[in-house]
Design a protein around this ligand. Structure first.
Ligand SMILES: Nc1ncnc2c1ncn2[C@@H]1O[C@H](COP(=O)(O)OP(=O)(O)OP(=O)(O)O)[C@@H](O)[C@H]1O
Ligand SMILES: [Mg+2]
Length: 357
């Protein structure tokens, strides 16, 4: 007999692989309806970009058909409630997770990774914002092909900047307020104050993820953000070669410093190999091999992705068009990485230790 109790009992045998508890006690099963042989329910994921959702769905179907009724027709819908450890905070109230993208070395692809991570998470259905915190060398205007300035609006007595929107992402960059060839020549305190305004005086609204594209190095901008804002975690971007690793190690040290203490989400190796469009499957290791893995081993951070160097991605960045979907190898590697990031954050927020290495 198919009853709600029996179905729930069966589903309580299905374990969420990352959170290591069963779906029923995690409150992940909702809207259970039984009509004849039809069993319908919704799985509430901790992130829409959950790479484990098919695995969990299969396990649920198996549990119901094996433990309750072999003739059951199981229909599963998915929804998500991105988890957060931020509560009752006055700062960026509606923002569930703040992710900083850093590297140490310049030019390794932070901005490209930050932009495509934002796109990838938004495509999965998450509410995403992207703040270009590289005041000296903003990249978001070029990457998204935007040259208009954001508007100001009075909201609840505060004069706030309204982020621009493209591809479903809320975007803000100092580059939106400058001419393309204009340079910023500011001292440290002005930079810190600009960063604070970009975080506090902006109508970010409710966001699952606010991604921050940091400048290279370990300077005022990093310290202001790390010390004054509750960063959920930092992602470290490196390329495979030793020169980039050396700088990435410095970034790791900074985030781990006393008084900074920003949790590290993991490392992503960008430009891992060059894969020409006309030689499918061929990989050229232009910058060496295994740098990301080495950094991961040394620091104990998981390696969340190895992203190929693809000509079409460089071109898309220069032309301000969406790089995802331009090239299969890149898009697949990137989707895997973005899924790992979302998963890693969900695990951190749940207070469980990570299984990703
Ligand atoms: N995986 C990739 N495939 C092809 N080109 C890439 C890839 N990643 C980044 N690039 C290109 O490399 C250049 C540098 O990337 P990007 O601006 O993202 O680096 P960055 O680390 O943000 O640099 P900076 O330190 O100056 O802020 C850009 O032209 C970008 O289009
Ligand atoms: Mg950059």
């Amino acid at each position: 007999m198919l009853t709600k109790d029996k179905v729930l009992e069966a589903l309580s045998q299905v374990i969420e692989p990352d959170l290591r508890k069963d779906l029923v006690s995690l409150g992940m099963i909702e809207n259970l309806v039984i009509e004849g042989k039809q069993v319908k329910f919704t799985i509430v994921l901790t992130t829409p970009a959950c790479p484990l959702k098919d695995l969990m769905a299969n396990a649920c179907v198996n549990a119901v058909t094996k433990l309750v009724d072999p003739g059951a027709e199981v229909q599963i819908n998915f929804t998500s409630r991105v988890n957060t450890v931020r509560q009752n905070s006055d700062v960026l109230k509606g923002v569930k997770n703040i992710i900083a993208v850093a590297s140490g070395k310049g030019g390794v692809g932070k901005s490209t990774v930050a932009a495509n991570l934002a796109l990838s998470l938004a495509e999965e259905g998450a509410k995403v914002g992207l703040l270009d915190a590289d005041i000296y060398g903003p990249s978001v205007p070029t990457l998204f092909g935007i040259s208009s300035a954001p508007e100001m609006k009075e909201i609840d007595g505060h004069n706030l900047m309204i982020p621009l929107e493209k591809n479903g992402i809320r975007l803000l960059s100092i580059g939106f307020m400058m001419k393309a060839d204009q340079a910023i020549v500011w001292r440290g305190p002005m930079i810190s104050s600009a960063i604070r305004q970009f975080m506090n005086d902006v109508a970010w609204g409710s966001l699952d993820y606010l991604i921050i594209d940091l400048p290279p190095g370990t300077g005022d901008i990093h310290l202001t953000l790390a010390q004054q804002f509750p960063i959920t975690g930092a992602l470290i971007v490196t390329t495979p070669q030793e020169l980039a690793l050396a700088d990435a190690r410095k970034a790791v040290t900074m985030f781990r410093m006393q008084g900074v203490a920003v949790p590290l989400i993991g490392v992503v190796e960008n430009m891992s190999y060059f894969s020409p469009e006309d030689q499918e499957g061929k990989r050229y290791y232009l910058f060496g091999k295994g740098g990301g893995e080495k950094l991961s081993m040394e620091t104990g951070m998981p390696l969340l992705g190895e992203i190929p160097f693809i000509e079409a991605v460089r071109a898309a960045g220069d032309e301000g068009i969406n790089a995802l979907g331009q090239n299969k190898v890149y898009t697949e590697a990137f989707a895997k990485f973005a899924g790992n990031v979302a998963r890693q954050i969900a695990v951190k927020n749940a207070g469980v230790s990570s299984r990703l290495k």
